[in-house]
Write a protein that binds this ligand. Structure first.
Ligand SMILES: Cc1cc2nc3c(=O)[nH]c(=O)nc-3n(C[C@H](O)[C@H](O)[C@H](O)COP(=O)(O)O)c2cc1C
Length: 176
């Protein structure tokens, strides 16, 4: 099973990206998690443009479509979803890449509740299927932990491993 992980932060030392990389390391056998690292290269969304004619947009859409599930982690900026994440999602809205797609939303900050709710609303409006049990929040804000430190932290690693097992279990169960 293939999971595509998407971080809404472009920061080199992003806690959200570190969280996704830790999840990648803790995924059970049979669940391959790949980080999609090019959402910062997507142009600003414009419905006038032909998404299929823009290579990076077509690539992003194809990667999401081919994935069995999507794992998202995104910072909150000014009580909203990060612009880079919202822009990426807007490119998917007109197509079928996200329709019925199982997704989990992991969060690196317990404070980011407004953007978390907004993201869930957007992703379910896009017909994604939220994997609630895998959508966990870890208190990483301000701790400056890299992926290795998260993946080897007893409490954080256990929570992340359970979340990844939950994704594997949902994917192994036929959709209703
Ligand atoms: C411009 C700006 C606005 C922010 N606004 C919020 C906010 O409204 N709510 C919040 O919880 N955190 C806010 N933060 C904190 C970020 O969400 C936090 O630093 C987060 O860890 C960044 O994610 P990253 O480590 O993956 O880059 C803001 C940070 C910046 C730089």
């Amino acid at each position: 099973m293939n999971v595509v992980a998407i971080s809404g932060s472009l920061r080199a030392k992003s806690s959200n990206t570190a969280l996704l990389r830790a999840a990648q390391r803790l995924a059970p056998g049979g669940l391959r998690v790949a980080l999609y690292e090019r959402i910062g290269d997507l142009p600003h969304f414009n419905p006038d443009l032909d998404a299929t004619a823009i290579a990076v947009v077509a690539e992003f859409s194809a990667v999401v479509k081919a994935a069995d599930a999507v794992l998202i982690s995104s910072p909150e900026y000014a009580f909203g979803v990060s612009g880079v994440m919202k822009n990426a999602l807007d490119w998917l809205v007109g197509g079928d890449a996200f329709v019925h797609k199982p997704f989990a939303l992991v969060s690196a900050s317990p404070r980011a509740t407004t953007s978390r709710a907004a993201l869930i609303r957007t992703l379910t409006a896009m017909s994604g299927r939220l994997i609630e049990q895998a959508s966990i929040t870890l208190p990483l804000l301000g701790k400056d932990l890299d992926a290795d430190a998260i993946a080897t932290h007893g409490e954080y690693a256990a929570a992340l491993r359970s979340a990844m097992l939950e994704i594997a279990s949902v994917l192994a169960t036929p959709a209703p």
